[in-house]
Structure formats: C-alpha cells, structure tokens
Write a protein that binds this ligand. Structure first.
Ligand code: NAI
Length: 188
C-alpha cells in the first residue's frame, strides 16, 4: 500500500515474505480467501481484512504498570498508536515519578489503580514492574475488568480463564540470534 501497489499475486507476495505462494494461499483460505484467480489480491482490501482478523479495526486503550526503563520506552514508542494501541496512563510506586508525564502520558500512583479503572475501563495492561509484584497487580487488574495482560515481568501468572496473557521475553530473540550465529551455514 505504501508503494502504491493496488493488487498483488501470491507469487509476488511470496518473494517479499520468503514463504511459498501456496502457503500464503492456504493461510488466507483459512479465513475465507480474499483473492481471485488471475487477479491476485487487492492490497487495501487484504490489509483491511487482515486487520479485522487481528482485531485491529478497533483501537485498544492500554495502561502500563511500572514506569521504569521499559515502561517509559513503551510509551515513548509512537508506532503502537498507529496500530490502534493507545497508551493512556502509567502507574508506579515511586513518588519521584508519580504526578509526572512521560511521553505526554501521566504517571499515577498504583494505589489509585482501582479508582482510575472504575472511571476509565481499559482492556489491556502492560506489566513492566518487578516480577515479585506482577501477580498481585495482575489480579487487581483482572478484578477491575482488564482482559488482556502484556506481561514483561519474568513470571508465570495464574489468572482466571478468559484472561489473555501474552508473555514477552526479549532474551528469547537474543538466544535465537546466538543459536543461528552458532549454526551459520546449516540453515536452509
Ligand atoms: P525499572 O527498575 O527501570 O522499572 C521498574 C519500575 O516498576 C520502577 O519505576 C518501580 O518504581 C516500579 N514498581 C516497582 N514495584 C511496583 C509496584 N508494586 N507497582 C507499580 N510499579 C512498581 O526496571 P525495567 O528495566 O523497566 O524492567 C521492568 C520489568 O521488566 C522487570 O521485571 C524486568 O525484569 C522486566 N524486563 C523484561 C524484559 C522482557 O523481555 N520480558 C526486558 C526488560 C525488562
């Protein structure tokens, strides 16, 4: 779309994505198929349909618990908003941070979490605080109606069913690099 391309074949997509054309056709067919034989895919239609599959047609408000290095990096990264994830507030226990704004986003005391969520329900919370505090905070968030936890704290959260937890481990990517460097030449 950015390149002004209006339609694209699965063959052309496969060259860009390093996946076979038949894999692309099969994957998209699982969702009903969006292409036509001989025409390929209308790029903006495909973009919108994939957005719908990923639930990106609506925007999602997000709060961040832990306004340290990682929490600040997340709110300062503006591209999340372009994807529909709107950072609304940070929460922390550090009195030096509470009351400040970071990247234009206010930092509140974590003591005010329930009060805030009663007035501003949000579906998603990021946990960027020490792991010892993560589980307790996660339960408080769930009690207040948060349905999705973006968990950066290195701990497994035991939460009621129906709550979506996405654990993020940046170190896994690093280990993958390390593995691939150690196995250069053996990759297909
Ligand atoms: P940091 O020390 O810079 O920030 C942590 C913040 O949490 C501090 O501002 C602190 O005051 C606040 N905090 C402490 N207890 C709290 C509580 N009960 N409620 C609310 N806020 C509280 O640490 P950093 O580097 O930002 O890391 C944050 C967390 O993310 C750590 O658990 C770290 O291990 C994890 N992490 C995970 C990564 C991953 O790939 N999953 C990568 C980097 C960090």
């Amino acid at each position: 779309m950015n390149e002004g391309i209006e339609r694209i074949s699965s063959g052309e997509l496969s060259l860009r994505m390093n996946v076979t054309a038949s894999q692309i056709r099969q994957d998209l067919n699982n969702f009903g198929g969006f292409g036509q034989t001989g025409y390929g895919y209308n790029v903006s239609y495909l973009y919108n349909e994939i957005g719908k599959i990923l639930g990106l047609n609506n925007s999602h408000d997000v709060i961040i618990i832990g306004a340290g290095h990682l929490g600040q990096a997340i709110v300062n990264y503006s591209n999340f908003e372009k994807r529909g994830f709107v950072m609304k507030a940070l929460f922390d226990i550090n009195p030096d941070l509470i009351g400040k704004k970071i990247g234009g986003i206010p930092v509140y005391s974590v003591d005010d979490l329930e009060k805030y969520l009663a007035r501003n329900p949000v579906p998603i919370a990021a946990l960027t605080l020490p792991k010892e505090a993560a589980e307790g905070i996660a339960h408080r968030l769930v009690t207040c109606g948060v349905k999705g936890i973006w968990n950066f704290a290195h701990t497994d959260l035991a939460l009621p069913s129906g709550i979506v937890v996405e654990n993020v481990h940046l170190s896994e990517s690093l280990m993958r690099i390390s593995y691939r460097l150690a196995n250069i030449g053996e990759e297909k």
